[in-house]
Design a protein around this ligand. Structure first.
Ligand code: ARG
Length: 401
């Protein structure tokens, strides 16, 4: 029986050529797998037709937008996950959901190998292959760009020679990856890290220098998940979409960073994540009133580790799963409303309320009605500073003073 390979298919030039390229190099039949994670653009049906026209024996397409929002974006929000303090893991969280569908398609169509269009220099090859190894340990992986010498020039020549129904002339100098959680743009002019991004790079956000009138929004959360915007019930996907639109119009969520790739390269990336950044900001502020101090402090370190694991392709790892359990536990009381103003590139919180708040007005107030017993502070401070005081006395003695 002819061997079968499932290919992560975007509908673009490289993966369209990869269908025939893999076929010629390996003799296998190729099944194209296209997953909608909210990247926009062409319809799944158009993508399916192109895959078949490019020589795929079957095409598997899936609308995974809700799945992606519920099972990948929401955990990222609950974690307030920002890799290196900046990047909300846009591409990093889309790979595991695509992997799930690749493995499902491989089972459905009896494939032995999974192919993807990544180069040998990035994080995404790692995320795909580690994911595949975990969910389908018997499956092999192949990357035509990396393993079968499929360069851009060869791809264009191949598409033209075979008359593939795909544009080969459009010259986009950037490598772009996008989904509903955000957008990543790299290469070309941006590789000089002193060059400021030009306006044409952006798509999810408007220039914050000329914002429309400030937009005030109320986001309601239930156990860490957005459930309503301005009182209107929303699904996680709708919450992200709505805030992409409203925060995007105000230029919120532009990020320009040089980040540490897993393969040891520092690389420049421009991100736009208006919905994700507005939601993370709101969520963090709600945690500030609903999560107990020590739990919150510890969670910040857990979140950082969580972001590193996810960035590094360990979505399906045991440690990531354990940290998820911790994070989930912290979200029990993260319910309530956050009011924020979106304007001029910033999402600024200016009000919060929650039935499960730990903010105690009577303890906090400096007005009459104060229930905090200030006389207890004196003894507390004495004991809190004791260990440093004892050490300091020793230090002075040792220094011979
Ligand atoms: N640097 C980001 C990551 O590793 C995004 C990778 C894809 N970026 C792109 N522009 N194609 O998660």
């Amino acid at each position: 029986m002819t061997e079968r390979i499932v290919l992560a298919y975007s509908g673009g030039l490289d993966t369209s050529v990869a269908i025939g390229w893999i076929g010629e190099a390996t003799g296998a039949e190729v099944i194209a797998v296209a997953v909608d994670v909210g990247q926009g653009g062409e319809s799944l049906e158009d993508i399916r037709q192109r895959a078949l026209a490019c020589g795929a024996v079957e095409a598997y397409v899936a609308d995974a937008r809700d799945e992606f929002a519920n099972e990948y974006a929401m955990p990222t929000l609950k974690a307030n996950a920002l890799y290196q303090g900046h990047y909300p893991l846009v591409s990093a969280i889309s790979r595991p959901v695509i992997v799930k569908h690749l493995v499902k398609a491989a089972r459905e169509f009896g494939a032995t190998t999974v192919a993807h269009g990544c180069t040998g220099k990035g994080n995404d090859q790692v995320r795909f292959e580690v994911g595949i190894q975990t969910l389908g340990p018997d499956l092999k992986c192949i990357a035509p760009v990396r393993d079968l010498a499929l360069t851009r020039d060869k791809a264009i020549a191949f598409a033209e020679a075979k008359g593939l129904p795909i544009e080969t002339t459009k010259k986009n100098p950037y490598s772009i990856d996008q989904n509903v959680w955000g957008r990543a743009v790299e290469t070309g002019y941006l590789e000089d890290i002193w060059n400021a991004p030009t306006k044409d790079i952006y798509d999810y956000t408007a220039t914050p220098e000329f914002p429309p009138a400030p937009d005030e929004v109320i986001i309601s959360f239930h156990q860490g998940v957005p459930v309503a915007i301005d009182g209107v019930k929303v699904s996680p996907l709708q919450a992200i979409q709505e805030l992409n639109r409203r925060a995007g119009a105000q230029g919120v969520g532009r990020i320009d960073v040089v980040e540490d790739r897993l393969v040891g390269i520092k690389s420049r990336e421009i991100y736009e994540a208006p919905g994700a950044m507005a939601l993370i900001t709101a969520h963090k502020h709600l945690e500030d009133i609903t999560v107990e101090r020590e739990q919150a402090r510890f969670k910040a370190t857990v979140s950082q580790r969580w972001a590193e694991l996810v960035y590094d392709g360990q979505w399906f790892s045991p440690l990531k799963r354990s940290l998820d359990a911790f994070i989930e536990d912290t979200q029990k009381y993260v319910s309530g409303d956050i009011r924020m103003t979106l304007h001029g590139g910033a999402a600024i919180v200016n009000g919060r309320r929650s039935e499960t708040s730990l903010y105690d007005f009577d303890l906090a107030t400096y007005d009459t009605g104060d229930t905090f017993d200030q006389s207890q502070a004196k003894g507390f401070i004495e004991l809190w500073g004791m260990s440093s005081k004892v050490a300091s006395t020793r230090d002075q003695r040792a220094a011979g003073n």
